[in-house]
Design a protein around this ligand. Structure first.
Ligand code: HEM
Length: 162
């Protein structure tokens, strides 16, 4: 069974069919998807701008991470669940869609960039918590901001190419 066959089987599942046939379920989940992703991208941008020394300079990295990251993860969970529900309704169409593929690859890179920052770069955060961040942290900020701009742009582009 090919992946595309698998996508066709996913589309046949009752909840996926309900979303594709309903006049309101898809727009409802897309609305929740958009609201959640604004919180994801907004909270990530706050951290990235701090890493670049542009925003929240009166707060330490640790303090900002502690207050912002729980919102990022909660909103990401909601965005991902709604995204998967939207995806299930036209799985075979989205699976071959180039903007969708670029978006998912960028989401994976954004995840790797975040993990490298938290588990490698930020290990000695105490040394630069309230001061100027090291170049590795600023690079993480620029890479993150760039990836999230592409994720949002390709997310928007999907609707124009399906
Ligand atoms: C937090 C991460 C995510 C962000 C920032 C994001 C961003 C976006 C944006 C900006 C749109 C366009 C919304 C609109 O214009 O109405 C969109 C639509 C969509 N997203 Fe996401 N997304 C994320 C995660 C996901 C995930 C994990 C999936 C599924 C695996 C997904 C699947 C979709 C689908 C299927 C659409 C609908 C496209 C259409 O209009 O036909 N998204 N996303």
């Amino acid at each position: 069974m090919s992946t595309l066959d698998l996508m066709h089987s996913l589309e046949q599942l009752p909840f996926a069919q309900a979303i594709s046939e309903s006049t309101w379920l898809f727009p409802f989940f897309e609305t929740v998807h958009v609201l959640a992703l604004t919180l994801v991208v907004g909270s990530v941008a706050m951290m990235d701008l701090r890493l670049l020394g542009i925003g929240s300079r009166d707060r330490t990295i640790t303090e900002l991470t502690r207050s912002v990251l729980p919102w990022t993860w909660a909103a990401f969970g909601i965005a991902a669940i709604c995204g998967l529900l939207l995806f299930s309704s036209k799985a075979a169409t989205y699976y071959v869609n180039i903007p969708f593929r670029i978006k998912i690859v960028c989401l994976l890179f954004a995840g790797v960039n975040m993990l490298v920052f938290h588990f490698v770069t930020a290990r000695n955060v105490a040394a630069w918590d309230s001061g100027r961040t090291p170049s590795a942290a600023r690079v993480a900020g620029v890479v993150s901001l760039s990836l999230w701009v592409v994720i949002v742009a390709t997310g928007r582009w999907i609707g124009f190419t399906t």
